[in-house]
Design a protein around this ligand. Sequence first.
Ligand code: CU
Length: 594
Amino acid sequence: MERMAVLVLALCWLGLLLSPGTKAAEDDHMPHDNNQTTDGVQSLCQALDPSPQVQPFVEELTQPPVIDISTGQQLTLGVYKIKQKFHPDLPETTLYAYGTSQETASTPGPTLLATRGIESYVRWENHLNDSEHFLTVDHSIHWANPKSGGVPIVTHLHGGEVLSESDGYPDAWYTSAGELGPAFTTQNYTYANSQPAALLWYHDHTVGITRLNMLAGMNGMYLIKSPGEEPENLPAGEFERLIVVQDKQFHADGAVNFPTVGVSPGVHPNWCPEYYGDTIILNGKAWPVMTVYPTMYRFRMVNAANARYFVMTLSDPKLRFYQIGTDGGYLHKRMKLTTLTMGPAERLDFLIDFSKVTPGSVAYLNNSGNAPYPDGDPAVGLATVMMKFNVVAAPENVTVPQFDLPASQVLGPRVRISTEGAVVRSMTLSEYDDGNDNPTGSLLNGLRWRDPLTETPELNATEVWEIINLTEDAHPIHLHLISFRVKSQQAFDAVRQANYNCSFFVPFPDPQSCFTEAPQKPELHHRGWKDTATVYPGKVTVFVVRWATQSGEQFSFDATSGPGYVWHCHILDHEDNDMMRPLKMMAANSSQLP
Ligand SMILES: [Cu+2]
């Protein structure tokens, strides 16, 4: 389709979605979108056929089953090959997904419910008997490559303060036939749950095929609750929803549509720089609808997409987001916002007060995130909407609780970390191409995954990470083990920098400085305790990283043992192709060179 026609169609959609107070009855007259996909929103690579057309907002948003893991008993969760329907109009899709059995496995997997201060134990089993992955593995990039074949897995608890043997190190993979990766120590994991209340999530982390295993369905949520320490009077029960967001593309037969030919096949026969699907999926349903009463609801979201950023707005201007938490738990105070941005792996905890709109009205959770983010092509068609809310009056026999969250209420502690005497690490993000403008990979500090260890922080030390993004795209950078703070971001002159015509060591506004502005405060959605944060193109983003718990205390376990940890870009296609580096904790005062 011509680009202009596509844009017009997208604008029609936006006009429709943005009109406030649209009545539910008008739904029947909504245009059926015939163009769910364009070149712009597909994988930046091989053109994929659009997914089969489906009617949006048909199925109610569901919740994955919840398993309490604060019982002291070990839970066994396996990865199984399953079939699952994402929409009544879509055929069944073959997946690899977590569950307690073949029959109950699903994507997302069960939500694991932990309690702060109570250790939990999970045995992660691999029940995948395929001789090879159902998605195309690129053998030219460094990957697990088991000699006896099969589908290797290893599970990471994202955002968890965890012993490294239980962290899901990328080389600690294992197959169902019992072949083990070089860093494997155990598949019985222990989670300390000593950190504050937060929504974490578990997902596969196998070296070189994380993008395939995650798209195949290997993810689920992990909620740490902290009775007595969490703010009171927040929506709970049916008024609190935990949501995994993903995008996928489907073949006509329901199979996951993933590129089989790379962007530069001479270098990487199958690897594509970023995967974008044309179908938005929340808790395993394509474009669900949620029936809500006119009261406050709490939403806790995780972005489990391979590469897509969601820039979320509400179609009705009477509705606002009240963000109360982020990756590492509660914010100090709530923030009233009209837009929420959620990059891959980030979590958002927010409230929407539906008492502001009339029962009978509908609202949409829209997405305007460009792909790639932030300067790529606009989302078009149905990628511009994530879900719908039907606001209905409560039946007479139902008492709807009312919630109040004053702006002055303290939700979590105020945090100040001194950086006096801190170790400063300057890290670059860079991208390489094949000479014809086709990306062939991205690196951290110019090093590959298998290059010698360079990040060896000392326990309890505070470090300043200055991350210099020399690429044209944003990268969601994730550090394992700890939560960090985003201190600032500062634009630089990429042309002068590329020509060695300025210095990062000279502060702005000196003419010799590469910087074109003074350090800026992080964006609102980067406030609070982060484990994944966006490093924008043409900017230096500064993280304050303290290798300790959020309150500055020692970990309750020995973080120096085992294979260690990692830091990486959470665009999975980048992570798999060497945008990941090892990280090994050293004892305090061991005088390791940074
Ligand atoms: Cu990246």
